[in-house]
Design a protein around this ligand. Structure first.
Ligand SMILES: O=C(O)C(=O)C[C@]1(C(=O)O)C=C[C@@H](O)C=C1
Length: 284
């Protein structure tokens, strides 16, 4: 009997960078994958929570703008979910207009807040008087412009321009040419070790103990385990109380990583292993 297709969700509508990340990542899966768009990150998490999808492709960090806070914050709100993969995508933003439109005279530019921020230098230099309108995704911005008759533009991909019948007025407007976003694949299952893995954890420290963070970092350093990321997010309960996110090389089943994870549990007030997964490819 044919295996059922994996149901994967991404931040839509069609034409987002998240769709591209999903297309590339899932093309390497042996099992068939059916992709569906969701109009916001919380809606995608809801669908995961209700098991309407098995996996979700979510942006988590960008080389210019840093963390996509919503992805990390929602992950904390859903304790049964696990990270099962990652992929890094080169992000080329374009200023899109309708074919009859002059871009220097735009009254509004629509895009996802991450994209608006990644293109801040271009916008400040060339469209300082233009009002910036945040949308739920870059592709939604392109859709709004395609449907309008006003002097509006969008920041989105070349692919979104094709989808919406828009023109690329200015290509590559991101503030740094080497612009990359890392996406996580979030699901429910722990992935098997591949020999080239990463592990993500989140923890909270007691407030009153000096050297709390040092006591955690030491466990990795003493075992020569390389950290690839450290990030803090407010607990939202009390000012100055933080959750720390760490990514390290290795799988949680590797003896050294397992030992370090066990040891840090003694110095935290909460530790959650968010998943171990294969180090992701970079798609240029
Ligand atoms: O709006 C999109 O196209 C997305 O896929 C979202 C998103 C993000 O949230 O970071 C993804 C990649 C880029 O960094 C800009 C926007």
């Amino acid at each position: 009997m044919k295996e059922k297709a994996i149901r994967a969700g991404y931040l839509g509508p069609e034409g987002t960078f998240s769709e591209e990340a999903a297309q590339v990542f899932f093309s390497y899966q042996e099992q068939e994958v059916s992709l569906s768009p969701f109009s916001s990150i919380p809606l995608l998490y809801d669908a995961l929570g209700k098991r309407e999808v098995d996996l979700a492709m979510l942006p988590v960090e960008n080389s210019i703008e840093g963390t996509v806070n919503q992805t990390l914050d929602e992950l904390i709100e859903h304790p049964s979910l696990l990270i099962s993969g990652e992929i890094i995508l080169s992000i080329h933003h374009c200023l899109l207009v309708r074919p009859d439109q002059e871009w220097a005279k735009l009254e509004r530019v629509y895009s996802h807040p991450q994209a608006l921020a990644q293109c801040r230098t271009f916008l400040e230099k060339n469209l300082a008087e233009t009002a910036l309108f945040p949308t739920l995704s870059t592709a939604e911005g392109a859709q709004i412009v395609a449907k309008s008759t006003e002097p509006y533009g969008a920041i989105a991909s070349r692919f979104a321009a094709l989808r919406q019948g828009l023109e690329v007025a200015v290509p590559d407007i991101q503030s740094k040419q080497n612009n990359k976003t890392r996406f996580l694949v979030i699901g429910r299952q722990l992935t098997e070790p591949t020999g080239a893995d990463k592990t993500s954890i989140v923890f909270a420290l007691p407030q009153d103990r000096p050297g709390g963070l040092y006591s955690i970092l030491k466990e990795f350093a003493e075992r020569q385990i390389n950290l690839t990321r450290i990030e803090s997010r407010p607990t939202k309960q009390e000012l100055g109380h933080y959750l720390f996110f760490i990514d390290c090389l290795g799988h949680q089943r590797d003896p050294m990583v397992a030992e370090a994870l066990h040891a840090i549990g003694k110095n935290t007030i909460l530790t959650r292993i968010l998943g171990s997964y294969k180090i992701g490819m970079v798609k240029e």
